[in-house]
Ligand binder design. Structure first.
Ligand code: GDP
Ligand code: ZN
Length: 460
């Protein structure tokens, strides 16, 4: 990605037709565009002005609202002009093209994906975790995910991380000061309660990690493999889990050809279901590749639901299924159709797997399965909003936690730590701080920024 700081323009609203569409322009000297397209240089900041948007020859492209935000009081921190017109793809394209033409002299160009938000980050309008939350809010697939993205966007997550960083810095200063003034060293560890401070920081970090991983779950969802013979009730189970009819249920064996992933919601958590129906018969090349890809997904899954028909008992085909499942993914053996077999709804933890007895049709025992899935996911029913976190944040928290552990090792349990040990401790604290800072984007490499912002859509 090649960012420069020339002014940028893009259609900020979703593609397709809508009541309103917005062209957004950000950068220096955009008055030239304002003058040419809106016919005035006198737009009052943050006031809506209704006016015609004009072509070079004076003809009207559309009538709409022009909004001007003066730097630094704008989304990007630069001068921003927003033109709201009618949300048709053609009229929006015409308006955008007109702006680019009018901005030729100031070097106005099309924005790259995420570039508006990138600028907001560069101009300290948002930190990195907040910028990511913008994308996550736009992409949220459940209400719970949207709520926690919004919480992260407000800066709650970033503030928590900064508070942790402050504590690490405080401890670092103590250690460095002790190294600088050796005569004080004698009971530094005792007097400043360095061990206690370190332990509290670690506890704190663990708590943040728990909350963040809950948020990550809301964002990424739980990857669930659904395995089982035709007609055991896989589609019915999906419907029962989702609480609404999303999958196709058919009484004819082998008619479910849908081995693609589909996402259903369970109590606000996305469940990404990989249906292994059709995984057995590799007909042609295309199918073989599809099957291989599916197996790749299966190996990375969080949990496998192996569905069996309780009224028939296990068959040879089920033994095949079991043999082919990867050993590293936990398996829930789900015995369906207990309304036919006469079993009671139950959960049975056996050495080979956890067995659940239920009926997708009557929904008896479904609550047991739901609770077990939530348990596998590590979900904690707190009823509170969570920070929407990403895998990247969790990795950084984990790494910081490891550095804190090493820091604790260096000062061990002895009464007095050597200079050398304190040196090493200070270094581990520095590394922990660095990893925490990478979450909010202080001292983050340009490569990482490129990766994060390129995942945005254009106009954001
Ligand atoms: P799939 O091929 O594994 O996806 O199975 P389906 O969900 O399409 O179900 C196959 C048949 O079994 C359908 O006629 C369902 O109505 C029926 N079925 C599914 N679950 C149950 C259940 O718990 N009890 C009973 N009696 N029938 C069920
Ligand atoms: Zn099915």
């Amino acid at each position: 990605m090649n960012y420069d700081n020339s002014p940028i323009a893009a259609i900020a609203t979703a593609p397709g037709r809508g009541g309103i569409g917005v062209v957004r322009i950000s950068g220096k000297q955009i008055g030239a565009v304002m003058q040419a397209v809106c016919g005035t240089l006198q737009l009052q900041p943050r006031h809506a002005t209704y006016l015609p948007f004009r072509q070079r020859d004076g003809s009207v492209i559309d009538q709409g609202i022009a909004l001007y935000f003066k730097a630094p009081h704008s989304y990007t921190g630069e001068d921003v002009l927003e033109l709201q017109g009618h949300g048709g793809p053609v009229v929006m394209q015409m308006l955008l093209a007109r702006c680019i033409e009018a901005g030729a002299d100031i070097g106005l160009r099309l924005a790259q994906p995420g570039e508006f938000t990138h600028r907001a980050f560069l101009n300290d309008k948002l930190d990195l975790a907040q910028a990511e939350a913008v994308a996550d809010l736009i992409e949220a697939s459940t209400e719970a995910a949207a709520r926690s993205a919004s919480l992260s966007l407000s800066g709650a997550f970033s503030e928590t991380i900064r508070a942790l960083v402050d504590k690490v810095i405080h401890l670092r200063m103590l250690v460095e000061a002790t190294l600088d003034f050796p005569e004080e060293e004698i009971d530094f560890l005792e007097k400043s309660d360095a061990r206690g401070q370190l332990a509290r920081i670690r506890d704190n970090l663990d708590q943040v990690f728990t909350e963040a991983s809950q948020g990550a779950l809301l964002r990424e969802g739980l990857n669930v493999v659904l395995a089982g013979q035709p007609n055991v009730g896989k589609s019915s189970l999906l419907n029962a889990l989702a609480g609404a009819d999303v999958a196709i249920v058919t009484p004819i064996a082998g008619t479910t050809r849908d081995k693609v992933t589909e996402t259903i919601q369970m109590e606000g958590i996305p469940l990404n279901i990989i249906d292994t129906a059709g995984i057995r018969d590799a007909g042609d090349e295309v199918e073989r590749i599809g099957i291989e890809r599916t197996w790749g997904e299966v190996r990375k899954a969080d949990v496998i639901l192996h569905l069996l028909d309780a009224s028939r008992g296990p068959t040879l085909a089920d033994e095949d299924i079991v043999r082919n499942l990867p050993g590293n993914v936990p398996v829930l053996r789900v015995w369906n159709k207990i309304d036919l077999s006469g079993h009671k709804p139950a959960i049975d933890r056996m050495s080979d797997a956890t067995h659940v007895y239920l009926s997708a049709a009557t929904r008896d025992g479904m609550a047991l399965l739901r609770a077990e899935l939530l348990k596998v996911a590590g979900w904690q029913q707190t009823g509170e909003s969570r920070f929407l976190a990403r895998e990247r944040h969790l990795l950084a928290l984990k790494a910081a936690r490891e550095h804190l552990e090493l820091a604790a090792d260096h000062i061990g349990a002895e009464h007095q730590a050597s200079d050398h040990a304190l040196d090493l401790m200070a270094e581990e604290l520095r590394l922990a701080q660095e990893r925490l800072n990478s979450i909010t984007g202080e001292f983050t490499s340009d490569d990482l920024l490129g990766v994060i912002f390129s995942r945005f859509c254009i106009g954001k």
